[in-house]
Design a protein around this ligand. Sequence first.
Ligand SMILES: Cc1cc2nc3c(=O)[nH]c(=O)nc-3n(C[C@H](O)[C@H](OP(=O)(O)O)[C@H](O)CO)c2cc1C
Length: 453
Amino acid sequence: MKTLKLGLFENAQTNAGGTATWRHQDSERHMFDTLDYWKRVAALCEDAKFDFLFLADAWGWSEVRGTRPAIATEESLDLPRLDPAIVAAALLSATSELGLVITGSVLVEPPYSFARRMATLDQLSQGRLGWNIVTTGTADTAVKAFGMDMVAHDERYAMAEEFLEVVYKYWEGAWEPGALEKDKHGRFADPERVHLVKHAGKYFRSEGYGNTAYSPQGTPVLFQAGASPAGRRVAGRHGECVFIGDGSVEQLAGHTSAIRAEAVNAGRGAGDVKIMSALACVVGATTSDAERRYQRILDAQRPEVTVASYAMFTGIDLSSYSHDTPMSELSTEISQTQLARFADKTVGDVLRDWHTHGVGAKPIVGTAEEIADRICTLAEGADLDGFLLAPTVQLASTTDFIESVLPVLRRRGVVATEYRDGESLRERLTGSARPTLPANHPAAGHRHGTEAN
Ligand SMILES: Cc1cc2nc3c(=O)[nH]c(=O)nc-3n(C[C@H](O)[C@H](OP(=O)(O)O)[C@H](O)CO)c2cc1C
């Protein structure tokens, strides 16, 4: 079996993924707006040799029938949150090995400023940065805050393709690697290796020199998560690591083969895309102890959050439909993953269950051995390259996993015990022989000079 990659799925806000577990006695997530919280999260991950800390993100908020429900504020379903790029920056000096993967939207800011911010983080982290490419869940509300018109779902992915082309031009084609000489007896940089970038497209125009020189990875490691058909195509063409939601072996196997097929369609190799599934688990000394712990997590939540929470991800007001309405009759221009996954359910089913797991599936509940068994079955049966641990109650869930399940996985030889395979996030995560993207990736086509391949 492959050596599994591990990341921690986090959000810079009190709740995660549509559930509201912040009231749980062990939850410390209400301290998300303190640096100390994040330093403790990062230390846990690095001490456990996790490959990366992943920060999801959105800009918008929940709205039902045009207004933001009071319960969204009472339960902090959507707001407030922090900026993941700044959280990552704050963790640079507190970490030395851990990858930092942050979610960034292609919808709400120009590629030029985004390119500088990400290259700065890759430079200062010495090549540990990843970017989760999103077209913006909560787009329907986020666009209002940015004074923009709404952009339909698939058009946002068309924008993503062009946004990627522009940032590739700045990351890979503006400053050649080695352009900087920093020679006090000579010159600081070679003007022959600095290039003017020009882009005039349907969504973006930019003409200029890169603010930042070539960073250790050139382009941050590219993550993608949207599981809609349009999202899948972007994953196949650009994604190096694709994050899929949790589910049965059969469901996950279907996702992984579809994503690998998209990569092959795009002229890449099926193995060029590493695929990681969300993993939520509740571990106990015995199966019944784990079930009791899980029940306490459910008891800490309020089912009343469901309508507001689901509307944040999809813009759909479930309360306006009769319970027997098939979910397959509904549509969304927001997160199509969070609608498609309920294709065989009714509105009543989602109203009943959503608050327990939100965007995730039912956690794996059991002893460390039982959870490790399930992890190995999923990884082998669905051709997975790793898992993104989605804690149910933070930091307790992460601590439980590290103290109980990780040792079992290590004893079975399925996860690494040390950081190895190079210095950069890309080398470690993808097995690349170099910190920069391979020649068969579309970004490489924007390089100049000797680095062009
Ligand atoms: C496991 C996981 C995590 C995701 N995390 C985010 C996120 O943090 N922010 C976001 O805007 N969109 C996230 N998405 C993508 C959304 O579902 C959605 O893509 P799609 O499902 O419609 O293709 C886009 O936001 C739409 O603009 C995630 C998708 C999955 C499957």
